[in-house]
Write a protein that binds this ligand. Structure first.
Ligand SMILES: Nc1ncnc2c1ncn2[C@@H]1O[C@H](COP(=O)(O)OP(=O)(O)OP(=O)(O)O)[C@@H](O)[C@H]1O
Ligand SMILES: [Mg+2]
Length: 367
């Protein structure tokens, strides 16, 4: 999968811009606040139907404009495709795939796949579980049909359940109905998480071992809300989940929130058997995140037959030379779009395209 041509109109600080990407390494460089990350954000938008950083779509519209328009021509194994989006101030959003309008983001995901690695992911190991769940959910949504829809449904149920639990005297029959629904929609989520964490684990383990010259063995452990699910089928997971939720009923009423479900799960990283969250050095944490991200590219390809586009936002300066070179050498045949403030210290491949960004204007300087 390759991003070929991006067009931006009234998107962030861009009035009008067209960018052609090359098949290999694209390096977008320029000073701070010029619009480098905005380009990655537009590309990412077409993978998930929303920004990776804006809380609301309206933030994407250029100040003073009414509507942001973006489009991306990309190729997959079969053909060239065109994705377009119009984002309006009144919250309307129109997305089309090859000129056919779509109603939900779930119709967009899995058309154009990306793996995004920006500075916010450097906290993947040490921060709270939210970022680890988000990272995993973005990955699985791009692989497994129905996963994004199931997540949305699960979140809605948890929200309604929390509203009910916060009432002075929650209706127990209503709670029973919600718990039944929660257990049923969560079963699929848990099954997917369990399968893909173990596949990701195997791939990331190989990469971690390679980067650390065999010194570090990485392990990823799924902290599932029902405990160990290996060996359980869907019916077994649903039953275990129902029992856990029912056990937690009094506590949930006391706390006024749902405490059992996929919305509370986590993934633990371990290096040579010790918990990375507690003991890993800064460098080890960076290696773990890098191994994760490169494993994500491999997993998407193994599962979908398509290579995702790798988006690296301002991350090269965070990595030492050997890790930077490892990324560029390890990723073969994968399109990469990198942003950085300057290319000093980076071994720029001969075939790379260099794109300079100054004040919302991007121009190809080489390649
Ligand atoms: N909706 C908007 N309308 C106009 N300008 C915007 C909008 N949203 C963001 N900007 C501007 O876009 C610029 C930042 O873009 P971006 O985040 O791409 O910077 P960058 O080049 O990646 O910088 P850095 O190197 O600091 O990460 C800022 O000047 C910001 O004020
Ligand atoms: Mg930036």
């Amino acid at each position: 999968m390759k991003a070929l041509h991006l067009e931006l109109a009234d998107f962030r600080n861009y009035v009008k811009q067209e960018i052609d990407f090359c098949d290999g390494v694209n390096i977008i460089y320029g000073g701070n606040a010029q619009g480098k990350t905005n380009i990655l954000e537009a590309v990412y938008f077409f993978a998930m139907g929303k920004s990776n950083r804006a809380r609301r779509d309206v933030e994407l519209i250029r100040h003073g404009a009414d509507c942001a328009r973006i489009s991306l021509k990309f190729s997959d194994r079969m053909r060239e495709n065109m994705l377009s989006a119009e984002i309006y101030r009144d919250k309307r959003k129109k997305i089309t795939i090859n000129e056919i309008p779509i109603k939900r983001n779930s119709e967009l995901v899995r058309r154009f796949n990306v793996v995004y690695f920006g500075p916010e992911y450097l906290g993947l190991v040490k921060e709270g579980p939210g970022i680890r769940r988000k990272n995993l959910d973005i990955l699985i949504s791009q692989i497994k049909p129905g996963y994004l829809g199931a997540l949305g449904e699960m979140r809605k149920i948890v929200e309604s359940k929390n509203a009910l639990l916060r009432m002075e005297h929650p209706n127990l029959t209503m709670l029973d109905i919600m718990d039944e629904k929660l257990a049923s929609v969560s079963t699929n989520i848990i099954l997917c998480r369990s399968i893909y964490i173990s596949r990701l684990h195997r791939l990331a383990q190989g990469i971690q071992s390679e980067i650390s010259a065999g010194e570090e063995s990485l392990e990823m452990r799924y902290s599932c809300c029902v405990g160990d699910v290996s060996g359980l089928d869907a019916a077994g997971i649903t039953a275990a989940l129902k029992a856990k939720i029912s056990e937690a009923r009094t506590r949930e009423i006391r706390l006024g929130e749902a405490v059992v479900g996929p919305h509370r799960e986590d993934i633990g990283f371990y290096i040579n058997g010790t918990e990375a969250k507690l003991y890993a050095s800064q460098g080890q944490q960076k290696t773990i995140v890098m191994a994760q991200k490169l494993a994500e590219v491999e997993l998407i390809e193994a599962e979908t037959g398509e290579k995702a586009v790798l988006l690296l936002d301002d991350i090269m300066s965070e990595l030492d030379r050997s890790r930077r070179e490892y990324i560029l050498e390890h990723i073969n045949d994968t399109q990469i779009i990198i942003t950085c403030t300057d290319t000093d210290g980076m071994r720029v491949p001969d075939t790379a395209r260099l794109i300079e960004v100054i004040g919302g204007c991007a121009e190809i300087r080489k390649g």
